[in-house]
Design a protein around this ligand. Structure first.
Ligand code: PEP
Length: 253
């Protein structure tokens, strides 16, 4: 059985005190996760250590960073290595979020290096892919996403791929209030799974958790999560409100 995951991406929001409050509020709801379900919280770098301490004794709750350096160590001012993230208790790393691709010019090739650093340090990548609006309008989104997968993931062995989670995030749906319909999400998730199967075999494809991201909220999460190839969500805005985030987690099938 593949894991069902709801991951919250705080982006560049909240002070440390607000972040602590949010995690405490989420934990205090007494949310009980079912077997195979995971909740991941992706905080800004300076809060990771504190967040780990808060999440630590809560089975099924994991910590993520929102980025990682593509290099191992050395003279890269301002960067944070995978080894550093591991040393403060990080479990997952979001890699290739569309905001990083767009505002920080992260290429598919650079993301492949980040994936390698992440896996080499025993961390799990949440690899984001997804098309901009003009590609969706031209109906070439499958080719676009296939290329992202090929250029950032397909150098991995089947063994390495077991630790990778994919998040499909159509850029036109991120932070816009526009959500992909359940049918659009299911179509793309099934396509991604078929691509993984073609490259790595059916077992690997069936094992792969593929999350949906893009204006997911309590009111649409149930429909999205009930799609057979949607294994949870990567949540931006709604992960900043404890009641919304926990309501979304409760919609996991
Ligand atoms: C995201 O940034 O990964 C995201 C899905 O954001 P939102 O939920 O706010 O659209």
């Amino acid at each position: 059985m593949r894991k069902k995951i709801v991951a919250g991406n705080w982006k560049m929001n909240l002070t440390l005190a607000q972040g602590e409050q949010l995690i405490n509020d989420i934990l205090q709801t007494g949310l009980k996760l079912k077997e195979g379900q995971e909740v991941v919280v992706a905080t800004p770098f300076p809060y990771l250590l504190k967040a780990k301490a808060l999440l630590k004794n809560n089975p099924g709750f994991y910590l993520a960073s929102q980025n990682v350096a593509s290099e191992k160590s050395g003279a890269y001012t301002g960067e944070v290595s995978a080894e550093m993230l591991k040393s403060v208790g990080v479990d997952y790393v979001i890699i290739g979020h569309s905001e990083r691709r767009e505002y920080f010019q992260e290429s598919n090739a650079a993301l492949a290096k980040k994936i390698d650093q992440t896996l080499a340090n025993g961390l799990k990548p949440i690899f984001c892919c997804g098309e901009p609006l003009e590609i969706r309008k031209a109906e070439t989104q499958n080719d676009y996403v296939a290329k992202q997968l090929e250029e950032s993931l397909y150098h991995l062995t089947v063994e390495q791929l077991k630790d990778v989670v994919i998040a499909y995030e159509p850029i036109w749906a991120i932070g816009t209030g526009l959500t992909a319909s359940a049918a659009q999400a299911q179509d793309m998730h099934a396509f991604i799974r078929s691509q993984i199967a073609a490259k790595y075999g059916r077992e690997a494809a069936l094992h792969m958790s593929i999350l949906y991201g893009g204006s997911a909220k309590p009111s649409n999460a149930e429909e999205l999560f009930s799609c057979p190839d949607v294994d949870g969500g990567l949540i931006g805005g709604a992960s900043l409100v404890a009641a919304d985030f926990t309501a979304i987690i409760q919609k996991l099938a």
